[in-house]
Design a protein around this ligand. Structure first.
Ligand code: NDP
Length: 458
């Protein structure tokens, strides 16, 4: 029996920390967890969950319009941002208390307060020192905002969920997940949205065809996307609005009511005592860990966004469970993140699993590319000019499917299913042999015939 107060002390009550704490406790360890904000972390409090609720809310605008093509007469509709935010807040409070209750139900000691590591086995919380055989840092990340004049007038994803009113005109800075998702949300709810991105196309790192297709579909919905542009300065105008000067070819400043920065996130490692203790951090402050979540100090570990690798909730959950099993289970476990599916809840949404065309070409040398660009059946009657893109990338030599990508309604739901098959090594012949489910958009994935073969040396 260890002489420490706890066998595991977890700092951070988000997805990774909570999973590690509960699994460790289930394996018989004495566990405590500390959270200085609200249990649930970024995902539950101001990330995935409230974001998805807002995506649902914003999509009703199109649903009401589309209904008319199906014989419905929709009376004038009204939207109340304060009502939506209040409903969202209720749901978040419910989920946060479920997180706490689940921890207590798993016999984890739940603490509220900011914890600080004093040495390899000692943590200070609320003026009290406690000892632990192992300490897990699972403190997540926070929005990064570059220094530009007037940036104090901007908001981030932390504030956007609780604005008192929906701004009429919004400039979103950045071209990543959050920028693209909030462009769709705010546009759907009725704001006039401009997205300004410094690069050549939104969603760097995703498949190029997918990026171009989403850009096109977002533009059709009225979102103005400015590429090769960055913000130079933000000034507050006497009427309370903001004037934004851009660095690119856009000569006249933009007049908006809010500027939302979505320019990435940085790990929450300040004030934890990590640097003082000599815990190795990367250049952005992320905690460096080995494949098992261990830092350069044997008793200190880290999982999730604070490690500044893949900032996705299911990844943090996997890492948290793997760490608990490594420390208290029979054998060390490393989170298997191969064939990782992910989605961008843009409008239309994007789902992806496996390699992009560029990655597959670099890795496999020769690939077969199958794609289809079509109008969903729903829009034959709605009349909406929205097109779906699906794309399958196959290794020419082995015929294994290396990647599947989709931009269109329900793509995250469809890609999750395909991820199982692709992870198991499905070939194009396996897709072809699978009977289509008709009528659906997903059936396109098993009826693809025309291919383009590309060789790295061409
Ligand atoms: P991303 O890393 O996805 O995107 C950041 C964007 O900001 C990029 O377009 C980047 O440009 C741009 N950028 C970075 N620094 C600057 C700068 N100094 N000036 C101007 N532009 C800049 O970060 P997000 O903030 O959108 O999201 C954070 C993470 O959270 C994501 O990476 C993802 O892991 C996770 N997330 C996941 C979601 C999901 O699963 N659906 C939803 C939301 C977030 P460039 O491309 O040139 O680097």
């Amino acid at each position: 029996m260890s002489s420490y107060d706890y066998q595991l002390f977890v700092i951070g009550g988000g997805s990774g920390g909570v999973r590690a704490a509960r699994v460790a406790s289930g394996l018989g360890a004495r566990v405590a967890i500390a959270e200085n904000f609200r249990y649930g972390g970024t995902c539950v409090i101001r990330g995935c969950v409230p974001k998805k609720l807002l995506v649902y809310a914003s999509h009703f605008a199109e649903d009401f319009a589309d209904a008319q093509g199906f014989g419905w007469t929709v009376p004038a509709v009204q939207f109340s941002w304060p009502k939506l935010i209040a409903a969202k807040n209720n749901e978040i409070a419910r989920l946060s208390s479920i997180y706490e209750n689940n921890l207590r139900g798993s016999k984890v000691e739940v603490m509220h307060g900011a914890a600080r590591i004093l040495d390899a086995h000692t943590v200070e919380i609320n003026g009290k020192q406690v000892t632990a055989e192992h300490i897990l840092v699972a403190t997540g990340g926070a929005p990064f905002v570059p220094h530009i004049p007037g940036v104090e007038h901007a908001i981030t994803s932390n504030e956007v969920f609780d604005l008192p009113q929906l701004p009429k005109r919004v400039l979103i800075v950045g071209g990543g997940y959050i920028a693209v998702e909030f462009a769709g949300i705010l546009n759907g709810l009725g704001a006039h949205v401009t997205l300004c991105y410094r690069g050549e196309q939104v969603l760097r790192g995703f498949d190029d065809d997918v990026r171009a297709h989403l850009h096109q579909e977002m533009s059709k919905k009225g979102i103005s996307i400015l590429l090769h542009q960055d913000v130079e300065r933000i000034e507050k105008v006497s009427d309370g609005s903001l004037s934004v000067g851009l660095t690119g070819s856009q000569a006249t400043p933009l007049a908006v009511d809010a500027v939302l920065y979505a320019t990435g996130r940085v790990p929450n490692t300040q004030g934890l005592g990590l640097a003082e203790l000599g815990v190795a951090l990367d250049s952005s402050g992320g905690v460096k860990v080995d494949a098992f979540g261990k830092t350069n100090i044997d008793s200190i570990h880290a999982v999730g966004d604070v490690t500044h690798r893949i900032a996705l909730t299911p990844v943090a959950i996997r890492e948290g469970a793997a760490l608990a099993n490594t420390l208290f289970g029979p054998t060390p476990v490393s989170a298997d993140l191969t064939t990782l599916p992910s989605a961008v809840f843009s409008q239309p949404p994007l789902g992806t699993v496996g390699l992009t065309e560029a990655q597959a070409l670099a890795q496999a040398g020769e690939i077969d590319i199958y794609s289809s660009n079509f109008r969903n059946m729903r829009h034959t009657l709605s009349g909406r000019d929205e097109r779906t893109l699906i794309k399958l990338i196959v290794d020419t030599a082995s015929q294994r499917v290396l990647g599947a990508h989709m931009v269109g309604a329900d793509s995250p739901e469809i890609i999750q299913g395909l991820a199982v098959a692709i992870r198991m090594g499905a070939t194009k012949a396996d897709f072809d042999a699978t009977v289509a489910l008709h009528p659906s958009a997903a059936e396109e994935f098993v009826t693809l015939r025309d291919k383009v073969t590309r060789n790295r040396n061409d």
